[in-house]
Design a protein around this ligand. Structure first.
Ligand SMILES: C[S@@+](CC[C@H](N)C(=O)[O-])C[C@H]1O[C@@H](n2cnc3c(N)ncnc32)[C@H](O)[C@@H]1O
Length: 266
């Protein structure tokens, strides 16, 4: 299995958006459907953007890949969402979704799940149109840059959301700590950082290609987020029985979801 770091250029060249979505989110057979990760993240995002009180003008979604599920709850409480990913193909895929082009991956099951959580079952079409109105821009991003969105300079955001990206983008724990500071620079003081990551794995497979994962654990994340000038407001763990075909496992087979509030720049 892959052991060396597969950086951003490998994503640019080898990461196939559709293959990734089918493998991990495909109805019934998707890895994240079967192991409960998708519902874990959707339930926590719903909690964060309702009872959790996280809302505002701007949310930046860092490393969305071709996925939109992670924005379905946020689009009810943010005026604007900006999606920011490194690869051209992922951004192009999101742009196609925004244009409601035919033949794209069908997110209906995830949209329905979120509508059910919101007590608005049957509003699947309206929910997707709401997200299409709220997701205003899809921009290039490299989280290892001090300004991850350079050359774009945005107003400070009320929230930065990142799911399953940082463990892919960082070659080591020091880089991860620096990336947290980079993401913090995008946020207002009092703004929220929302991270969901896979713990305890070194590699995943998508479209027959292997991509490295920085091996993370709860203790490291708690310390790194706190040391980056945040106070952790919510932290949930999902013990998972990873699909051994798709992931190379170390230990701590779990996923984490955390919400932290920015106290200061560091
Ligand atoms: C496993 S995918 C996560 C996709 C999605 N967030 C999800 O929840 O399934 C990892 C993403 O990280 C992005 N990525 C890798 N290196 C990056 C970097 N240096 N800066 C920004 N994004 C990066 C890739 O383009 C890819 O879209």
């Amino acid at each position: 299995m892959q052991s060396s770091f597969t950086g951003k250029e490998i994503y640019q060249h080898d990461f196939d958006p559709r293959a990734y979505l089918e493998t991990y989110y495909g109805a019934g057979s998707g890895v994240f459907i079967k192991d409960g990760f998708l519902k874990f993240v959707l339930k926590n995002l719903h909690k964060t953007f309702t009872k959790g009180g996280v809302k505002g003008d701007l949310l930046i979604d860092i490393g969305p890949g071709p996925a939109i599920y992670q924005e379905l709850s946020a689009c009810e409480v943010f005026k604007e969402i900006i999606a920011a990913d490194f690869t051209d193909r992922n951004r192009q895929y999101l742009d196609k979704w925004l244009k409601n082009e035919s033949g794209l991956f069908d997110w209906t099951p995830s949209v329905k799940f979120v509508c059910d959580l919101e007590g608005s079952s049957g509003k699947v079409v309206e929910k997707q149109e709401k997200l299409r109105r709220t997701l205003k821009q899809v921009v290039k991003c490299d989280v290892t840059n001090r300004n991850p969105l350079a050359p774009l300079v945005l107003p400070k955001a009320d929230a930065v959301l990142t799911v399953g990206c940082l463990e892919c983008a960082c070659k080591d724990l020091d880089t991860y700590r620096q990336v947290l500071r980079n993401l913090s620079s995008l946020l207002k003081v009092g703004g929220h950082l929302i991270i969901s990551s896979i713990l305890g794995s070194t590699c995943f497979t998508s479209g027959s290609k292997q991509f490295s994962l920085l091996t993370l654990d709860e203790d490291f994340l708690r310390a790194a987020v706190t040391d980056s000038g945040f106070v952790i407001k919510d932290l949930e763990l999902l013990p998972r029985d990873y699909d051994k075909e798709m992931f190379q496992i170390c230990d701590h087979n779990a996923s984490i979801y955390l919400v932290a509030c920015k106290q200061k720049d560091v």
